[in-house]
Design a protein around this ligand. Structure first.
Ligand SMILES: *Cc1c(COP(=O)(O)O)cnc(C)c1O
Length: 485
């Protein structure tokens, strides 16, 4: 049943607001701005509130239920982050204010830069990128600039494992570089032989996600990094999966040269609906001077025994320039700062361990019914197959049926190396009861896939909209209500 539009609910003469009587002299609007033919819906305030309330109830978020969308780390967003990000001192600050008048916000930015550098084992951080994908793009521009300065500007290739997230090749092509895909081996690691064969003087670098998008730790990561460095390339770590490692292992210590974080994944700032996200970029000492400008620096003045700490904006000496108009999505910076401050490094470590434990629990509970192609201890997520039960049942059918059971579907058909992939990431914030409820639903769905596959193929049965034609929705979207005049 589709919801009537505001136009269909409109009744002539109704009005949602009453304006006070004019208490200043009236003034006529220019004729060319006044239109009689502009059809606008007329509704009472109550009708309007109910309309939007009903629409909001149709959306599904972490606050409505379990959301095991693999690679997206849909963990709970602590409410204290919201309260802090809404403090007037933050919301009312303007990026064009004088430096002296925004010392507080700059201090938050400086501390978050330092903490993110420390958590990943890097030298310096830029908070500018507005998403993981923009962090990748920023890093690629820096890698090129670094190589050009070394007389290696002729290099054009970026090596990317076949299990990588789609943003990796997309960022590469935006940066004007070409992609060479490296296959996975039989254990789900990047193939060392294929990598060795690809490492030559055309290589700008490797983009690698660890744990990779199969949820598996790259067991030969040190050899991988060594191979790329030996041919003059840099290693970019896609840090979207840091929820498995934060507080446990520092990618910079392994020799990774640059890495983005997704604050909206690992550090629990809200995400979905297109943003705002935040994808800070962390780099090694060798690359620090190429970071986007400006970064926040701390100045400590000592005069006559008085210590004064100030914060200022600085342009790194070989900076690639700006990546956004001001300083990144500041509200996300405050939330991530609060999250890290609350947990401390020990808390982050505990969160990572629980994220890994929860994901392993689900794998073991489901693997007899949903085949796991790389069945070894996983990290914060794992991948199983969704084409179960009977001939013709697909991962999509399982996902759609999960909606009827009140769960958000996992990521499906990704990574591409597993046919009918279901990529399940529970995160650390879910209780054992929730995980068991999800297992029960998955096992029931697998039984249905055997006994009543047609029922599965017609799912969802309870959602307000049934199965959508996703291709048509993407190619021929209907973006406007049609008003009858
Ligand atoms: C989410 C994700 C990205 C991209 O991050 P965005 O913030 O969505 O741009 C890149 N790589 C991996 C592995 C991811 O999961």
């Amino acid at each position: 049943m589709s919801e009537p539009t505001l136009f269909e609910k409109s009744a002539a003469g109704r009005c949602a607001i009453a304006l006070p009587e004019l208490d200043v002299p009236g003034s006529a609007l220019p004729d060319e701005l006044l239109r009689d033919d502009l059809a606008l819906p007329e509704l009472s305030q109550l009708d309007l509130v109910r309309h939007y309330q009903r629409l909001s109830e149709r959306s599904f978020g972490v606050d409505s239920g379990f959301y095991p969308l693999g690679s997206c780390t849909m963990k709970y967003n602590p409410r204290i982050g919201e309260a802090l990000a809404r403090l007037p001192g933050f919301t009312d600050a303007h990026p064009l204010q004088s430096i002296e008048s925004v010392q507080g916000p700059l201090e938050i930015m400086f501390r978050l830069q330092s903490w993110l550098a420390e958590i990943g084992g890097f030298a310096r951080v830029s908070l500018q990128p507005a998403a993981g994908a923009q962090g990748e793009f920023t890093a690629l521009l820096m890698m090129r600039a670094w190589q050009r300065d070394r007389g290696e500007g002729h290099r054009t290739q970026i090596l990317i494992p076949d299990s990588a997230h789609g943003t990796n090749p997309a960022s590469t092509s935006m940066a004007g570089l070409s992609v060479l895909e490296i296959p996975s081996d039989s254990r789900g690691n990047i193939s060392l032989d294929a990598l060795r064969a690809a490492c030559d003087e055309t290589v700008v670098g490797l983009m690698i996600t660890n744990p990779n998008t199969l949820g598996l730790f790259e067991q030969q990561i040190e050899e991988v990094i060594e191979l790329v460095h030996r041919c003059g390339g840099l290693v970019y770590g896609d840090g979207a999966n840091m929820n498995a490692l934060a507080g446990v292992l520092r990618p910079g210590d392994l020799g990774i040269d640059l890495m983005h974080y997704n604050l909206h994944k690992t550090f629990s700032t809200p995400h979905g609906g297109g943003g705002p996200g935040s994808g800070p970029l962390a780099v090694s000492d060798e690359l620090r001077d190429y970071l986007p400008a400006p970064v926040v620096e701390r100045v400590v003045d000592e005069e006559h025994g008085d210590v004064e700490t100030r914060y200022r904006l600085e342009s790194p000496s070989k900076s690639i320039g700006r990546m956004c108009s001001f300083h990144g999505n500041f509200g996300m910076i405050v939330r991530a700062y609060a999250y890290i401050a609350l947990h401390g490094i020990a808390g982050l470590r505990e969160n990572s361990m629980h994220a890994v434990l929860n994901a392993n629990y689900l794998r073991v509970m489901l693997r007899d019914n949903y085949p796991v192609p790389f069945d070894r201890t996983n990290m914060h997520e794992f991948v199983c197959r969704g084409d179960v039960g009977s001939e013709g049942v697909s991962a999509t059918d399982v996902c759609k049926r999960l909606i009827d059971y009140g769960f958000h579907p996992p990521t499906s058909h990704f990574p591409l190396v597993v046919p009918h992939a279901l990529m399940i990431e529970p995160t650390e914030t879910e209780s054992l009861e929730t995980l068991d409820g999800f297992v029960a639903a998955m096992l029931e769905i697998e039984r249905e896939a055997r006994d009543a596959p047609e029922h599965l193929r017609a799912a969802p049965h309870t959602a307000p909209v049934k199965r959508l034609d996703e291709v048509r929705a993407a190619r021929q979207p209907i973006l406007r209500s049609r008003v009858q005049s």
